[in-house]
Design a protein around this ligand. Structure first.
Ligand SMILES: [Mg+2]
Length: 197
């Protein structure tokens, strides 16, 4: 079953203007190591801590949205995914959780999917639950499934190409017309709508 749980929002993220960023994990926030299961192997990508801190300062809600087919393939468990997420959150140093909600989709690509990207279901549910307009929401990731999830949800979509493995998706990114940014921080700083009001 998917694990898509609400977490308390950091106090500094509370605001009357609701903007949101849905963030892929592997290759976007941390180095992409296929079927990562050991928290000791978690490594933040350059600029990620600064980007998330800056987003929270701008009162942008952050949502973590990650496909983890290794669970469905029997390579590791949801507890392993939670442990990796905890390590990432510890490394970020932005409090108990910088994320307003987390969605972990454990299905393989070969079985019926509830939340697995490119499904926009989690995005749709969070936009409704947090009263966020589509025009005020972004999906940011390094893979075609991330961009397709954002496009399927009808929200803004951006690519980060900080991870070396992102290069394999360049052709698909260009075909989808998704803008590329060197790092998450570069994307945030280019994002006019993400600025404080
Ligand atoms: Mg990724």
């Amino acid at each position: 079953m998917p694990y898509c749980a609400d977490a308390p929002s950091p106090a500094r993220a509370r605001t009357t203007t609701v903007r949101a960023v849905f963030l892929d994990r592997d290759g976007t926030l941390i180095e992409h190591k296929p079927y990562l299961r050991d928290p000791a192997d978690v490594a933040l990508l350059p600029g990620v801590r600064e980007a998330l801190a800056e987003a929270l300062d701008r009162a942008v809600k952050l949502f973590l949205f990650t496909n983890q087919s290794g669970v469905g393939r029997g390579l590791f468990t949801m507890d392993d995914v939670h442990a990796v997420n905890r390590r990432m959150i510890d490394l970020l140093g932005l409090g108990a959780s910088p994320f307003a909600a987390i969605c972990i989709a454990p299905e393989t690509p070969f079985e019926p999917s509830a939340y697995r990207k490119p499904s926009p279901r989690f995005i749709h549910e969070m936009l409704a639950a947090h009263a966020i307009d589509k025009e005020s929401a972004w999906m940011v990731g390094d893979s075609p499934v991330d961009w397709e999830a954002g496009l399927n949800a009808g929200i803004r979509t951006a690519a980060v190409v900080a991870d070396p493995l992102a290069a394999q998706h360049e052709e698909r990114r260009a075909a989808l017309g998704v803008p590329a940014h060197a790092t998450l921080l570069a994307w945030l700083r280019s994002c006019d709508q993400c600025r404080s009001e």
